[in-house]
Design a binder for this molecule. Sequence first.
Ligand SMILES: *[C@@H]1O[C@H](CO)[C@@H](O)[C@H](O)[C@H]1NC(C)=O
Ligand SMILES: *[C@@H]1O[C@H](CO)[C@@H](O)[C@H](O)[C@H]1NC(C)=O
Ligand SMILES: *[C@@H]1O[C@H](CO)[C@@H](O)[C@H](O)[C@H]1NC(C)=O
Length: 509
Amino acid sequence: MRVSLSLPVVALGLVGSAVAYPHEPNPIFRHDPENQAKADAVKEAFQHAWDGYIKYAFPHDELHPMSNGYGDSRNGWGASAVDALSTAIIMGNKDAVQTILDHVDTIDFTKTKDEVSLFETTIRYLAGMLSGYDLLKGPAVNLGVKSSQVDNLLTQSKNLADVLKFAFDTPSGVPYNNLNIASKGNDGARTNGLAVTGTLALEWTRLSDLTGEEEYAELSQKAESYLLNPQPSSAEPFPGLVGSNINISNGHFTDATVSWNGGDDSFYEYLIKMYVYDPKRFEKYKDRWVLAAESSIKHLASHPTSRPELTFLASYSNGNYDLNSQHLTCFDGGSFLLGGTVLDRQDFIDFGLKLVHGCEATYNQTLTGIGPDSWGWDPKRVPSDQKKFYDKAGFYINSGSYDLRPEVLESFYYAYRITGNEIYRDWVWNGFKAINATCRTGSGFDAMSDVNKVGGGSHYDNQESFLFAEVMKYAYLVHADDAPWQVQKGDKNAFVFNTEAHPIRVSHS
Ligand SMILES: *[C@@H]1O[C@H](CO)[C@@H](O)[C@H](O)[C@H]1NC(C)=O
Ligand SMILES: *[C@@H]1O[C@H](CO)[C@@H](O)[C@H](O)[C@H]1NC(C)=O
Ligand SMILES: *[C@@H]1O[C@H](CO)[C@@H](O)[C@H](O)[C@H]1NC(C)=O
């Protein structure tokens, strides 16, 4: 146990904000000095990366943390700044918040040299700004930033959506994902993916609810309607579990490969999150999530022969199971836990915890203490040089890279908030310390090629913006005091996190 540190500004701010935003702190999550020190250590890491980004990369999209250069992989609108906003607010980092708001005032979303991804732009920029607006108008009102700059977050959200909305102008209303905003063109795709189609409704609906203009909600929900009522029926091999690609011309699925892996993942994530956002309007989404969750327990749960106590989710296609999973997939435990607590379904909570334990095994067994990008557990396909590792670990590594992904820490966070069991908080801390020890550079955090080599193998000169939005946020929140933006047990959530960890205020709060 360490000595108590001084009370941070954010905690003081919360006292006052109780007037504007009633919130009864949950006594389980009481203040204690050891966790306060850990939360402060995460703030230190955030500040380190923020300072490096400001010094070498701002207002570009991301820092190159080895060469101290920069990249513009997200259209050059300052992705790391906008993605960092909600975390900076939650940490009470007023300097960073002010820098970001000043930057948002200057972004011209009509201009970019590069193709625009509807999905990436929605989850990082649109959600980052909407979340900043919801937090600064709500429980973070006492941070004391200019209200005109807060209002501009909503104005810029609308400006951005107005630039993007032509994407939905297709025969079916299923959008193109890859856009040329100057020519209002697209990449000529015939199909759009499940996740990129099904991870828009939260942000676009929130924009409509805040502006009173229905168009945005309608566009995203029309696209989603094909996912909720899948055609042909063969595209739904198990109730609720659907194929991966949708024909843009008629909204029909073109395949029946089902998984929770990257490409499909956040479609399932948003089904239950839309219900948390508004249980009245999105009951059907919840019903579809329940079917998918029940089918996944029944048909996709899979246990390695060498460690049958572990649970991973397999994929399924045409009668065949594919025994491979991904770091990205590890949001799944959190999704089951959220659905389980909101719907009071202990079976979903129990299964979510099994998935969480499986993902922890991928961190626990490597030499860096960080899990691989993808792994398998098909006993017939164990690479000869990984036989020993498979016997001990319960999986073999397909890709050992790590690029600052958050999903494992994310599910640990849900597990801690929903069960109150300290072990999940310890796991976040272990993972965070390992990331800090292996990926930290003089100016930020880099990516690496091999989580199962001491030091992580070769390192890559890139720092994804989701380091700020997600890794830092989950690592901080799990150790921080209770607050209105924290995930809550039961159906009392005042905020729901988008897939980039930006808290969006629920519709009825
Ligand atoms: C999409 O549907 C149209 C019919 O509306 C069909 O002509 C086309 O071949 C389909 N495309 C794909 C990729 O399945
Ligand atoms: C893995 O988990 C075991 C059992 O909980 C624990 O004793 C061990 O320290 C963990 N190893 C790492 C590298 O985290
Ligand atoms: C992160 O790394 C820095 C630099 O090595 C160190 O000073 C700091 O204590 C580390 N934080 C944690 C939580 O390990």
